[in-house]
Design a protein around this ligand. Structure first.
Ligand SMILES: [Zn+2]
Ligand SMILES: [Zn+2]
Length: 727
């Protein structure tokens, strides 16, 4: 680089793409398997390939890249394996919205095959965009090993996990109450339901007692589901009703005889203290029904209409209409005593916001108890560490109370569950061979019938991403990558998906491979706006888009703003001003280097080594500051205190190196003492190089750009060795 170029201000827009290309070409992102080296591996949480990267992605990319760059500089074989997630129901909803808006189409008008093909090409296009966004953030991940959840060569591994679970008896098909989204027309897991308070009416209904003029008054927010009632329940301690327990009530509008039962689940303070029990349409009622062996009458179908099991005049009505009709009929019969305003928690489909309808349905489930037990054991023994530690307790409580996991979805965008059903004897046949390929049975293994039906349900998207660490490294083959890099070193992700993702990776990973897929779980907090609010599109003035921030301030500034001062598990507030502040820091580094380089170039002879006695008191103090800094940064890395080490580097570079040493050096550099000038240059150069190395994981672009102009023995900073001692 010519001397004049050194005096141009730092231009991140120009430098960053150039530097990234330099790294990519150098092959440094792709670690070699070397038995003499220590492996260090992180599997990137695969971003959903249905949109742009947001600020939350920038957060995890920065933190993981810092760890990877540090371990690479330590001389370890550092693998960061990137990927993308097809993101099942979420992508399906995004794509449905898109085709509705663009051409008034919907998934049904396209048909399953065409819808799938279009969604795939939409996803692959997005994946390309996302990859370039990851590059813009400086992600030093190994693109040669990139994976996508729908890669055809990953499906066999996903099928084999299912087969293994099936053969172990840990997966079953059962009729359960599930959360049904009437719009997406699929079951969704408890974790995909978001709740909010809504206003409704609490309706009080008189249920006549059999052979009596008496009534029992029940209160409900869902009068229409009474058509599926199979009991009335009261709390066993509720003295008001003890005489009625065991008696029979007559269900109005249906005239079904239903028992009055006592169950602890009933809250005596709710409504009248007596509730109707509809096992087919309410999770609490389902449990009560199981305890009392109540019949299940499903009156609402998956299409959100009343079924054949409702009285004739209600069949085929939409739920909302049925509710109005039930209320009117009860008023006519003089059985509705009052309706009052009421607030309650209503579940919505997390993806499309439609109100969830609890339904009884045939689904595939994973029996979680035997899978959760070893996870609990390893976490309790700290063989899998969760950072920050405070998340461990809630995680363990959650793991010990897991319900079975519903893994089937009735959506089209996903991996089809590999089973067949016999239409004649209902036998279920697993259709996976030992290599994990789908094999189509010709006849029923039970009755020999040829009337077979292939399952159309797809896997829950978390069933494939839950296998991510081991299938991306080549399981079930004992590949070189799998042997060397598995189990991985660290799993870094947001705390909000500890239960939905991390728990499942641990369960499936331990089950399939016999070992936990990672040793440390590092959880980062949510990125919030300057006012501590969740960023949202509805307040664009405070939301930070990572790509515009990079265009304005540079990737280094964004990375520093996200990490310096942050702590594991704590939310981080970020604003344009904050990022601008770190852009100033990047400029500070650039200018300090420019000043130093100016003098280095002017000085023809910079000694390779300097005897300790030739150093001034300032020189010695500078080196001892660096020594302390290095030791404490190393310690922080060891304990994943990335925010703290960022703070120390920032302070030391700005206040010790720039404000103090550089300022003091100016006098010496402009003096006539040539010998002292040389020594000062030696200390300047040495210190600058140490700072560049220490800052590189956090601010990789500006440090590499400067390094390139220093022309040192180590050609690339990305692969330069981490300082081991300061002398
Ligand atoms: Zn939905
Ligand atoms: Zn059969």
């Amino acid at each position: 680089m010519s001397k004049s170029n050194n005096y141009q201000p730092y231009n991140s827009n120009e430098a960053e793409p150039e530097i990234y290309k330099l790294w990519e070409k150098s092959g440094q992102f792709t670690p070699k398997i070397d038995p003499k080296k220590k492996p260090f591996s992180i599997i990137m949480p695969p971003p959903n390939a249905n949109g742009s990267l947001h600020i939350g992605h920038a957060m995890f990319v920065t933190l993981e890249d810092i760890l990877i760059r540090y371990h690479r500089m330590l001389g370890e074989a550092a693998l960061w394996l990137p990927g993308a997630d097809h993101a099942g129901i979420l992508t399906q909803v995004v794509y449905e919205k898109k085709i509705k808006k663009e051409r008034g189409a919907n998934r049904k008008s396209l048909g399953r095959e065409k819808f799938y093909a279009e969604t795939l090409s939409f996803t692959l296009k997005n994946k390309k965009v996302m990859e370039n966004q990851l590059r813009a953030l400086g992600a030093s991940c190994d693109w040669t090993r990139e994976k996508f959840t729908l890669d055809p060569n990953l499906t066999p591994a996903i099928y084999l996990t299912f087969k293994k679970l099936y053969e172990a008896g840990f997966v079953y098909r059962g009729q359960h109450l599930i959360n049904w989204c009437p719009r997406c027309e699929t079951a969704i897991s408890d974790l995909e339901v978001s709740y909010q308070q809504e206003k409704t009416k609490l309706t009080f209904i008189k249920y006549p007692l059999k052979n009596s003029a008496q009534f029992i008054l029940v209160a409900t927010t869902r009068p229409e589901t009474m058509l599926g009632d199979t009991a009335v329940a009261v709390n066993p301690k509720d003295k008001r009703y003890s005489a009625l327990v065991g008696k029979i009530a007559i269900l109005p509008l249906v005239n079904r005889e239903i028992p009055i039962i006592a169950d602890e689940a009933v809250d005596p303070a709710f409504g009248s203290g007596a509730v109707k029990v509809t096992p087919a349409h309410d999770p609490v009622d389902f449990e009560i029904g199981m305890r009392h062996q109540l019949p299940i009458v499903s009156v609402i179908g998956p299409d959100n209409k009343m079924t054949q099991d409702a009285p004739v005049s209600y069949q085929g009505l939409m739920v909302k209409l049925a509710r109005e009709k039930v209320v009117a009929a009860l008023v006519d019969l003089n059985l509705l005593t009052k309706q009052k305003d009421y607030q309650h928690r209503v579940g919505h489909c997390e993806r499309c916001k439609t109100t969830i309808e609890p339904l009884i349905s045939w689904q595939w489930f994973i029996h979680t108890e035997p899978l959760a037990a070893p996870v609990v054991e390893l976490v309790e023994k700290e063989q899998v560490k969760i950072l920050p530690k405070r998340f461990t307790k809630t995680f363990l409580t959650w793991m010990k109370n897991l319900k079975d996991w519903c893994i089937s979805r009735q959506i089209w965008w996903g991996i089809t569950i590999p089973v067949f059903y016999c239409e004649d004897c209902q036998k279920i046949m697993l259709a996976v061979d030992d290599q994990g390929n789908l094999m189509l049975p010709q006849t029923c293994a039970g009755c020999g019938s040829v009337h077979l039906r292939q399952e159309t349900d797809t896997f829950d998207t978390w069933f494939s991403s839950g296998q991510w660490p081991y299938i991306t490294l080549g399981w079930p083959q004992n590949s070189a990558d799998y042997q060397y890099f598995y189990p991985t070193s660290v799993l870094e992700t947001g705390y909000e998906i500890l239960n939905i993702w991390v728990a499942r990776m641990l369960m499936l990973g331990i089950f399939a491979t016999g070992v936990a897929p990672f040793k440390t779980v590092y959880l980062h907090g949510m990125v919030r706006d300057a006012f501590g609010q969740k960023m949202s599109k509805s307040r664009p003035e405070t939301a930070i888009d990572p790509l515009s921030a990079i265009a304005k301030f540079g990737a280094d500034a964004l990375r520093l703003a996200l990490t310096v001062g942050s702590a594991a598990g704590n939310d981080v507030s970020i604003s344009g001003d904050k990022i601008r502040g770190y852009r100033n820091f990047a400029n500070k580094v650039w200018n300090a280097a420019r000043f130093t380089k100016g003098h280095l170039l002017a000085q023809h002879q910079i000694p390779e080594k300097v005897k300790a006695q030739s150093l001034t008191a300032d020189d010695k103090k500078m080196f001892s500051e660096l020594k302390k800094l290095l030791a404490s940064v190393n310690k922080d890395f060891e304990h994943f205190r990335l925010g703290r080490l960022g703070e120390k580097l920032y302070d030391s570079f700005w206040h010790v190196f720039c404000d103090w040493y550089l300022e003091a050096a100016k006098k010496r550099l402009f003096s006539q003492d040539e010998k002292d000038k040389e020594i000062c240059c030696f200390v300047l150069k040495k210190s600058l190089m140490v700072y560049l190395k220490l800052l590189h994981p956090l601010a990789p672009f500006v440090t590499e750009k400067i390094w390139q102009s220093l022309k040192t023995e180590e050609q690339l900073l990305i692969s330069a060795s981490w300082p081991d001692k300061i002398e």
